[in-house]
Design a protein around this ligand. Structure first.
Ligand SMILES: [Mg+2]
Length: 396
């Protein structure tokens, strides 16, 4: 069996996604992959197109070999662009293998270790009361875990906004850590007093604090028993993780921008975190994500795969396929996709009562109506820009 071509689809289904189709010389057999990388999809797309000639003629069943061929071929390896491109190819190859075996991918990874994948979703709001109301709606839908934030991206730390200088550029948020640090403990005091101590609550700092501020926040939210505090620090502050770790017993999660086992291993070995936020999409696919979760196991690190709105349906299907099988599962982030996704894509993992269930269809179980994608062209988009009140770029 041979790979004959790779089709690349850049599309805006309410938000931007990058999908691929790996074609084979077996009639009717192809694999669907995803390389979405928020704000950088066209760069990943051109990477995949650039390396396609290396893959034509390869046997798509040799997943491990192709992974190393793609990883090693360029001398320049690793990083988010390249690993998202590799992930798209790897996911498509697992999809093909499942279709050949006539089994869902989770069966190829060892089969179910649990019945469903417990998820958390996002409750936001303009203030504490609106956040509580939105958390209650999710709890009523069956969610046992809710991520709670108030205000825009950056919470009360966002004290203003500057308009974009170009129609396609994003606005600039003005951020100050002090109002944010004062707000978050108050938010969780409110939520615990209204919702009780049992429901699992999470919070994402979005890497916007410096180490001593992050240590203070972890300590101040300790009485509210968070499931975890996410990204209190940039991963670049690796040497400062012990400071945050020693400040409290608040569980910590990091890793949604990690792209390899080498990013993860020091954090595991030093026992700085409790949950790892990787997902197959940005670490080179299922092949590498599975290895990373094996590395995490002896260090008591559990999975908490990143599943924000910028992680598309093929990538989420791969996350569910892996997380249903691993012993050190923790939780999965879930947000419902924009409506056009449901118009174009079939086989999205099913959400029931706060749990996701993998497909029983062969492979990753996803099919994309590629003809319909023409209705949804890609729109250039960027991540937010954040400056301090005095105009300095916020470098945390
Ligand atoms: Mg996050």
């Amino acid at each position: 069996m041979k790979i004959t071509d790779i089709e690349v689809y850049l599309t805006c289904l309410g938000r931007n996604y990058l999908f691929i189709k790996v074609l084979t010389d077996t009639p009717g057999l192809w694999g669907i992959g995803e390389g979405t990388l928020n704000g950088s999809e066209p760069i990943v797309a051109s990477t995949i197109q650039h390396i396609t000639p290396l893959l034509i003629g390869q046997d798509p069943q040799r997943i491990e070999d192709i992974w190393h061929l793609v990883y090693r071929q360029g001398y320049w390896r690793g990083g988010p662009i390249f690993m998202a491109a590799l992930a798209a190819i790897d996911l498509a190859l697992w999809d093909i293998k499942g279709k050949i075996a006539n089994l869902p991918v989770y069966q190829l990874l060892g089969g179910r270790a649990r019945d469903g994948v417990m998820c958390y979703s996002h409750a936001g709001g303009r203030d504490e009361q609106e956040c509580e109301d939105n958390a209650r709606k999710l709890i009523e839908q069956g969610f046992r875990a809710v991520r709670c934030q108030v205000g825009p991206y950056g919470g009360a730390g966002v004290i203003g906004e500057l308009p974009p200088l170009h129609p396609e550029a994003p606005p600039t948020s003005l951020y100050e850590p002090t109002p944010y640090l004062l707000q978050v403990p108050k938010l969780f005091a409110h939520l615990r007093s209204k919702l009780g101590m049992e429901v699992e609550l999470l919070h994402d700092v979005h890497e916007q604090l410096d180490p001593i501020q992050a240590a203070r926040l972890a300590k101040e939210v300790e009485p509210y028993r968070l499931f975890y505090l996410e990204d209190p620090l940039m991963p670049e502050h690796r040497e400062s993780w012990p400071l945050v770790r020693a400040a409290s017993t608040t569980p910590l999660a990091i890793g949604e921008i990690f792209t390899s086992r080498w990013d993860c291993l020091p954090v595991f070995m030093n026992r700085w975190i409790d949950y790892i936020r990787i997902k197959p999409l940005h670490v080179g696919g299922l092949t590498e994500a599975r290895k990373i979760m094996v590395l995490a196991e002896p260090f008591n690190v559990r999975s908490a795969f990143h599943g924000a709105a910028d992680i598309g349906p093929v990538a989420q299907a791969a996350s569910v396929a892996l997380q249903i099988t691993i012993p050190n599962f923790g939780i999965q982030e879930w947000t419902r996709f924009p409506e056009p996704v449901y118009d174009v894509i079939e086989g999205i993992p099913e959400m029931r009562q706060g749990f996701l269930y993998p497909t029983e269809r062969p492979g990753l179980g996803i099919e994309i109506d590629t003809a319909k994608l023409q209705k949804y062209p890609y729109k250039r988009a960027f991540m937010p820009i954040v400056r301090r009140a005095d105009g300095t770029m916020h470098v945390y």
